[in-house]
Design a protein around this ligand. Structure first.
Ligand code: ATP
Length: 138
């Protein structure tokens, strides 16, 4: 079955929103097949965000992702890759639609777009690559 990697980013964990975010994934009908609180490393993030290396927001993004633990999640279900991105809403929480995780729970932290609570894989190839990075034994 289709699966995706979801990360509750450090802002979501710090604000106590992990349960609410997992609740929304399960309420939609997806199955959680792995959930683990992890501390990212610079090496892991360099691989996870390889496509963004060299962009102006790369260094602040990595620094933010190292600012506290991340909840790594594998969710499974039909259409879960686009389905979770739809649950998450637009990248910028200040414009994300109401009803989405970022739209309902995201805040404007002073134009810090990187603090947008969650990550979700954007394709089957990214999902398998990212699951292997965050859950090497899975
Ligand atoms: P994700 O891949 O995390 O689900 P996304 O696909 O909506 O988010 P990407 O364009 O892949 O966004 O960017 C990855 C992450 O980099 C974003 O989630 C956000 O945290 C950060 N980011 C993207 N664009 C910016 C920006 N202009 N300024 C600061 N941070 C940004």
């Amino acid at each position: 079955p289709e699966r995706t990697l979801v990360l509750v980013k450090p802002d979501g964990v710090r604000r106590g929103l992990s349960g609410e975010i997992l609740r929304r994934i399960e309420a939609k009908g997806y199955t959680l097949t792995a959930v683990e609180l992890k501390n990212a490393t610079p090496e892991l993030l360099a691989q996870h965000y390889a496509e963004h290396e060299g962009k102006p927001f790369y260094a602040p993004l990595v620094e933010f992702m190292l600012s506290g633990p991340v909840l790594a999640v594998v969710a499974e279900g039909q259409g879960v890759i686009p389905g979770f991105r739809s649950l998450a809403g637009a990248t910028d929480p200040t414009v994300a639609a109401p009803g989405t995780i970022r739209g309902d729970l995201g805040r404007d932290w002073g134009l810090k777009v990187q603090q947008n609570l969650v990550h979700g894989s954007d394709s089957p190839e990214s999902a398998e690559r990212e699951i292997a990075l965050w859950f090497p034994t899975f």
